[in-house]
Design a protein around this ligand. Structure first.
Ligand code: GN1
Ligand code: MG
Length: 349
C-alpha cells in the first residue's frame, strides 16, 4: 500500500487517498481500486502486463486519443461525459503513465460509480444492448483519422495468422502434431475460404476502422436501469475491420457452452442472441458500414472463431506458452470447443 500510494501520488488526483485494494477479474493486468475521502472521485490503478504490451507509452497514446475523441462526441450529443467515457488521469508532468523502479508501467482512470457489468449474456435483450454498446463505440470513433499504434502485431489479421500457422506446423512438438492431425486438417480445409475473405480487407473493400478488439460483455458498463454507459478495457484499441469486434462478440455472447467446454454437446450457436446482438449493433452503425461490410456481417463470427481455433491450436502445438492453461490438454480442449462453435455457425447463420 505504501509503495502504491507513492505511485498514486504522482498522478493528478483529487482528494486524500484512504485505501488501495486489488480488484479481481482480468487475466492480463493487475488492477486496484483507489478510494478517496469525502466527495472526491475514486480511481482505478492498473499495472500493464509488459510481456504482452511491449510499448505501453504508445498504447496509452492510443487510449488518450480515443477517449478524448469520444468525450467530445458525448458532450456534443448532450450525454454525460463523466459516465459515458473512460477518463484517463495524467501525472503531474502530463503523462498518462508512471514507470516504477522495476520498469513496470502504471496507469490511472477515474472510477465510474453505480455501474453494472455482466459476465455472460443470459438473455437476447442483454445481447442486444451489448451490440448497441459496441456499435456506439465504433460510431463515435468513425471520424478518428489519426493513425493508431498497432499495440499487438497481427492481432485479428488472418494473413499474419497464416504466416504464424505455417511456421508453427514446421516447428510443432511432433507428438502433439500427430495427436492433432484431425484438427490441423480441419483448419486447412477452411483456409481458402478464409484467405478469400481476407483479400477483401487487403483490397480495402472491407475498410479498417477503429476497433476495440476485446468485445466481451464484461467490457461494457451499464447503468442501474440497464442502459449502456460505456466501453472499458481499451488496451487493444487499434485499427482493423469492425467485423472483428462483431465476430468476437458473437463468439462469446452467443455460445450456449463455455469457450473451453469439454462436453461438445453444450456448445452451439444461440441464434436469438446472435440476431439480437446484430440488431443492437446495426441500430448504431447502419449509416457507417458500407454494403460489403453489411453483407459480411453474418460471416464475421466464423472469421474470428476460426482465428481463435488457430490461436488455441498453435499454442498447443508449440507447448502452451501464450494462454494460461489449467490442465495439460486445455488448449486442445479449447480448440475443439471453438471448432464445434464454428461448425454450428456454418450451419445456422
Ligand atoms: C485473451 O483478455 P482476455 O483473457 O479475455 C486474448 C483474446 C482471446 C481471449 C480468449 C491480448 O483475452 O484475444 O480472444 O483471451 N487477449 C489477448 O479467451 O491475446
Ligand atoms: Mg482484455
Amino acid at each position: 500500500m505504501k509503495n502504491l500510494k507513492k505511485l498514486v501520488d504522482k498522478f493528478r488526483i483529487n482528494g486524500e487517498v484512504r485505501e488501495i485494494k486489488p480488484i479481481d477479474g482480468g487475466l492480463i493486468n493487475h488492477t486496484y481500486k483507489v478510494t478517496t475521502d469525502g466527495d472526491a472521485p475514486d480511481y482505478i490503478l492498473q499495472s500493464k502486463n509488459s510481456s504482452i504490451f511491449l510499448n505501453v507509452p504508445a498504447m496509452m497514446d492510443n487510449i488518450v486519443k480515443v477517449t478524448e475523441h469520444i468525450r467530445k462526441k458525448v458532450e456534443k450529443e448532450g450525454g454525460d461525459p463523466d459516465r459515458e467515457v473512460m477518463q484517463i488521469v495524467l501525472t503531474d508532468d502530463g503523462k498518462p503513465y508512471v514507470q516504477d523502479e522495476n520498469g513496470e508501467y502504471w496507469t490511472m482512470a477515474v472510477f465510474i460509480p453505480d455501474t453494472v457489468s455482466y459476465e455472460v449474456a443470459t438473455t437476447p435483450e442483454l445481447a442486444r444492448k451489448g451490440g448497441e454498446g459496441i456499435g456506439k463505440f465504433q460510431r463515435y470513433l468513425e471520424d478518428l483519422t489519426e493513425p493508431l499504434y498497432p499495440t499487438i502485431e497481427g492481432f485479428h489479421d488472418l494473413a499474419y495468422r497464416f504466416g504464424q500457422w505455417d511456421d508453427t506446423l514446421k516447428n510443432a512438438i511432433p507428438e502433439r502434431k500427430e495427436e492433432a492431425k484431425k484438427e490441423i486438417e480441419w483448419v486447412e480445409a477452411r483456409r481458402k475460404k478464409m484467405e478469400d475473405f481476407w483479400k477483401l480487407v487487403e483490397e480495402g473493400k472491407l475498410p479498417k476502422r477503429v476497433t476495440h478488439n476485446d468485445t466481451k460483455l464484461s467490457n461494457i458498463l451499464f447503468d442501474k436501469d440497464g442502459n449502456v454507459l460505456c466501453v472499458i478495457d481499451l488496451d487493444t484499441v487499434m485499427s482493423n475491420t469492425p467485423l472483428a469486434d462483431f465476430g468476437d462478440a458473437i463468439r462469446s455472447f452467443a455460445n450456449t457452452g463455455a469457450e473451453d467446454d469439454q462436453n461438445l454437446d453444450n456448445v452451439d450457436l444461440d441464434v436469438a442472441k446472435y440476431e439480437a446482438y446484430r440488431d443492437g449493433y446495426l441500430s448504431q452503425t447502419a449509416d457507417m458500414l458500407n454494403e460489403t461490410e453489411k453483407d459480411y456481417l453474418s460471416f464475421a463470427p466464423q472469421y474470428i472463431t476460426y482465428e481463435q481455433v488457430m490461436r488455441f491450436l498453435m499454442d498447443y502445438l508449440q507447448g502452451d506458452t501464450y494462454y494460461k492453461t489449467l490442465y495439460p490438454k486445455h488448449n486442445l480442449v479449447r480448440t475443439r470447443a471453438q471448432m464445434k462453435l464454428m461448425e454450428s455457425m456454418e450451419e445456422k447463420i
